[in-house]
Design a protein around this ligand. Structure first.
Ligand code: ADP
Length: 270
């Protein structure tokens, strides 16, 4: 919660008048704090993969006469550099979303198509764990926004559902109209999230179980990105979860309204 920080300055104006200037520094101070925290977090998070790559390069030099070891270290270097590239991409995505808190050129987005694309992207990871993804989206739902960002948000949620579930379980992705909002839900039968952590998981770099998250390739930025994408669309995201039973993440975005004033479904704009 930001506290109000007021700066007052008094300037004499002739014999009997003074000019009182009151400035609110709260917002500027908060933005500066957020920026400083972000830079500190980023440098901390980058140190681990960069350090890992350095050690692996040394190990390869030391193992020159053992081709199998060289091969093993080289493939670990590939994994680490892939993870580093992903981390840098997400840092850039998140800072862009934070800087521009509105959408650049919003258009009508077909929600079922965006959900379908997100599921398609996630298919390979899900198949590798034999996780089935069920898709149930009301047709003709529309929101006003950026399709790529909406796909990214749903993809991040599905990616987590797969990452934090056991092999052979099921993930369900749904889309429906709820009053004036479009709701997109991603439900898993995975590990779940303790109640005390459920508000914190949307913070940058926050992980419930750092070791497990890193082992699954997580950067800790996925949900912060989802939160910002929703906010930029005038919506939000929340979670219901029970440890050992699973989680449901719900994205709510304002439904695009047709000319008669009622929310979508409406004719396709494509
Ligand atoms: P990460 O890259 O670590 O997955 P996220 O920001 O996407 O980062 O998620 C933050 C943390 O929230 C994760 O590290 C994990 O502990 C928890 N989490 C997110 N989604 C789920 C889920 N579907 N089931 C259980 N835990 C989850």
């Amino acid at each position: 919660q930001a506290r109000s920080i007021m700066h007052a300055r008094v300037a004499p104006l002739g014999d009997s008048h003074v000019l009182l200037l009151v400035e609110d520094h709260t917002q500027a101070r908060r933005v500066e704090e957020v920026r400083r925290d972000f830079v500190a977090n980023v440098s901390h998070e980058l140190k681990t993969p960069v350090g890992g790559l350095g050690l692996l390069a040394e190990a390869i030099q030391d193992a020159k006469d053992d081709p199998e070891a060289v091969e093993r270290f080289a493939s670990r270097m590939q994994v680490e550099s892939h993870r580093l590239a992903q981390l840098v991409k997400e840092i850039v995505d998140l800072s862009r979303l934070q800087v521009a808190d509105t959408l650049h050129e919003p258009r009508l987005v077909n929600v079922a198509a965006a959900v379908h694309e997100a599921i398609d992207y996630s298919r390979v990871g899900a198949d590798a764990k034999q996780i089935e993804i069920a898709e149930a989206c009301t047709p003709d739902l529309k929101v006003f926004g950026d399709e790529d960002l909406i796909v990214t948000a749903v993809r991040n949620l599905i990616g987590n559902a797969v990452a934090y579930s056991d092999p052979g379980s099921r993930v369900a992705v749904g889309g429906r109209l709820a009053g004036e909002m479009v709701e997109i839900t991603v439900t898993d039968q995975g590990h779940g999230i303790p109640a005390s952590e459920q508000t914190r998981i949307f913070e940058r770099f926050y992980r419930v179980d750092g070791a497990r998250s890193r082992a699954t390739g997580g950067t800790g930025l996925g949900l912060a990105i989802v939160k910002h994408i929703c906010a930029n669309h005038g919506g939000d995201v929340d979670v219901w979860s029970e440890e050992g039973r699973g989680s449901t993440f719900t994205i709510r975005l304002p439904a695009a309204v047709d000319r008669t004033g009622s929310p979508s479904p409406q004719p396709d704009a494509h």
